[in-house]
Write a protein that binds this ligand. Structure first.
Ligand code: PEP
Ligand code: MG
Length: 685
């Protein structure tokens, strides 16, 4: 055995290309070559790039190199020589190539919740999908390993092609990173570990690759060196490539084992549902608007979130420092020291959160002129069920049941759903809970791979359910059975007309029949319709005759009435909740419900906004369902206004022609009538 002490003298330390050169030299010898940090913090195999990078050896780090084997002296000399030549890299070119902009970068988006968070970026890859574990039979393990090796070969061919192209188009200096990717792919630390995992855990290759990749990534995110930490993103890229070659779909996210600011182009609610929320400090996304589901959930969970950042994701790397200021809608990447100081002060200044509002009142609120208004909770995740009681809600006005489907393409069994609805009924108490049938589009169910050109106008909600009757029947049965244990109702999402209601009720009736003949315990439930598309508004009086209640989904009502995609930040300025056409739609639907003597619950985000809740009261609403944390605030304002006055304002709003004019009326009238309740920040801008 031979060993030598050396110090890293190259400017960027033992970074990816230097490590690649080291692997190349070390691999020419038979002897094993181990590198050990003198401070005892880590040791690495000099023939493994992944292993070398985990040394996090920046300039000035003292190392010991140990060679053992038949050619140990030559091996040691060659490696020490390479270190002394600073890995044969021109220092200047290095600094040019490797210095990625780490200047402070401010991006403006839309803050959709409260709070300021300083943290580290964790990127969730665009378009990537979840990976699930499957148990592989003993006899098939070898085939699974072969499948993995084939994916490695395919990934290698792809990377070689990319590298060739990069060399031609950008020059050799820029293509080096693909050398590193290729070395990652061939590194036994990755490939052997994955194969071992497959065999030991009888796991499918996708899951094995994800677990091993996550372990490697978690090592990199902890490295206390900006440049080397960035290599985590390169490993992430390689793992994603491998997974997409294995599944054709790609994976979703690394294990959240430490606090993170999730940065993504667009975050699917199903992903949020699956994240370890204890470790999510904040969310920043390129897409999204106030009523996108991501924003709704972030508010519900009290997460700091800024959406609509446009081109932020691609500027980040996992591990970058970032400030997310949801109050101002700002996100600051690589904050300068002075900026950090400013914000640290702000972070320590307690940000009043809605959750800190003391909740002493429960049940409906009564306005100053004696009108009783029910305040219910919108709930998405079972982890939020406790919020019903915490915030004094009159039960659950809307359970977005599709959040039970945290895995795309995977619908929970009848028993799983039944258990969830039973828990929901328990949490909702005597006021009960309204379960919405799955409001999903083509991203779920058997047609997973089929992308629709226009999903918002496609096979969504009731259409999806009627098209996938087995899924619908399973859900209906689970609801009916759970209704025997508590007060549950069911609402059909996005009905376009009476025909949608009739077809849905037919399925429900058939399931009632089946449960009856099978002697299964169940209870019949009230059936409602979500009114959220113009055709339903225009035929509301006809639909009202065929259902037990209405729910008014103002988020979609705005989207479909104004033809503005609610999640598209490019058209956010056209998304006008207070558009006269929307107010007219609400008013018309309320009238239809009143004439038919059925209840109507407003459950869009409008109900969660105190000023809009007053306006809804003025339009005739007596039942609101909202983000639970907003109930105390909405209660507070409604208890201090009169519906008579709110009606005067609402009538003025209905009489004008544009959203600007409505907003102007709201600003002027609210300020004049209730100045203490509505400071300018609480009114439309
Ligand atoms: C709505 O559209 O207003 C609604 C309540 O449902 P979702 O936001 O889930 O579409
Ligand atoms: Mg809706």
């Amino acid at each position: 055995m031979a060993e030598r002490r050396i110090q890293v003298t190259s400017r960027l330390g033992l970074h990816a290309r230097a490590a690649a050169n080291l692997v190349r030299v070390a691999s020419q010898f038979q002897s094993s070559l181990t590198i050990r940090r003198l401070d005892g913090n880590a040791q690495a195999d000099a023939k493994s790039i992944l292993s070398i990078l985990t040394l996090a050896a920046s300039r000035g780090t003292d190392l010991t190199i140990i060679a053992s084997g038949s050619d140990e002296e030559e091996a040691l000399n060659a490696v020490v020589d390479l270190f002394s030549r600073n890995f044969d890299e021109p220092e200047k070119a290095d600094s040019e190539q490797f210095s990625r902009a780490t200047m402070e970068l401010r991006c403006k988006g839309l803050g959709v919740s409260q709070g300021i968070v300083i943290g580290r970026v964790l990127r969730l890859q665009e378009g990537a999908r979840n990976v699930y574990r499957a148990e592989i039979a003993e006899a098939d393990l070898e085939r699974e390993r072969r499948r993995f090796r084939a994916a490695v070969r395919l990934s290698r061919r792809q990377l070689e092609a990319i590298k060739d192209r990069a060399e031609k188009e950008l020059g050799r200096g820029h293509a080096y990173i693909f050398d590193a990717h290729l070395l990652f792919l061939q590194d036994a630390k990755l490939t052997r570990d994955v194969e071992d995992y497959i065999v030991k855990e009888r796991s499918n290759a996708e899951w094995a690759a994800k677990v091993v990749g996550d372990r490697l990534l978690s090592i990199y995110t902890q490295i206390n060196d900006e440049y080397l930490r960035e290599r985590g993103s390169d490993i992430e890229d390689v793992i994603q490539r491998l997974l997409s070659n294995l599944t054709g779909e790609g994976p979703k996210y690394p294990n959240l084992s430490e606090d993170a600011v999730i940065v993504s182009t667009e975050l699917l609610p199903s992903t949020i549902a699956e994240l370890n929320l204890n470790h999510v400090k904040a969310i920043a996304t390129d897409a999204g608007g106030w009523t996108s589901h991501m924003a709704i959930i972030a508010r519900g969970l009290g997460l700091t979130a800024v959406v609509g950042l446009r081109n932020f994701y691609h500027r980040t790397r996992t591990g970058d420092q970032v400030i997310v200021d949801a109050r101002a809608g700002d996100v600051i990447l690589h904050p300068a020291t002075e900026t950090l100081e400013q914000y640290r002060f702000a972070v320590h200044e307690p940000v009043p959160t809605v959750r800190e509002v003391s909740v002493e009142e429960f049940g409906p609120v009564v306005t100053r002129d004696g009108v009783q208004i029910s305040l219910r909770a919108n709930v998405e995740l079972p982890t939020e069920f406790h919020a019903v009681r915490d915030f004094g809600a009159c039960g659950v006005g809307l359970f977005r049941s599709e959040f039970l489907l945290s895995r795309p393409g995977l619908i929970g069994s009848e028993t799983e759903q039944y258990e969830a609805y039973k828990l929901l009924a328990e949490a909702a108490g005597d006021y009960g809970a309204i379960v919405r049938l799955f409001d999903v589009g083509g991203e779920f169910g058997p047609d997973l791979k089929e992308r629709e050109r226009n999903p918002a106008l496609g096979l969504r909600a009731v259409r999806f359910n009627l098209h996938n009757k087995q899924i619908m029947r399973t859900q209906v049965r689970a609801i009916l059975r759970a209704a025997a244990a508590g007060n549950l109702s069911l609402v059909i999402p996005m009905v376009a007309d009476v025909a949608d209601v009739r077809m849905s009720r037919q399925v429900i009736a058939e399931e009632v029949e089946r449960l009856t003949s099978g002697n299964t315990t169940f209870a019949e439930v009230q059936v409602g319709a979500m009114i959220e598309v113009p055709s339903a508004v225009l035929t509301a009086e006809k639909i009202a005759r065929e259902v037990d209640f209405f729910e008014l989904g103002t988020n979609d009502l705005v989207q479909y009435t104004l033809a503005v995609d609610r999640g598209n930040d490019k058209v956010a300025e056209w998304f006008r909740t207070l558009h006269p056409a929307v107010l007219y739609g609400i008013s018309r639907t309320l009238q239809a419900a009143k004439d038919a003597q059925i209840p109507l619950i407003v459950c869009g985000e409008m109900a969660s906004t105190p000023a809009y809740a007053v306006l809804l009261g003025g339009l005739g609403t007596t039942d609101l369902s909202m983000t639970p944390a907003m109930i105390p605030r909405v209660r507070n304002v409604l208890s201090q206004v009169t519906i008579a006055e709110a009606r005067d304002v609402a009538l003025k709003c209905l009489a004008v022609a544009t959203a600007d004019e409505v907003e102007e009326i709201v600003r002027i009238e609210f300020k004049a009538r209730w100045p203490e309740l509505f400071p300018p920040s609480a009114l439309p801008k």
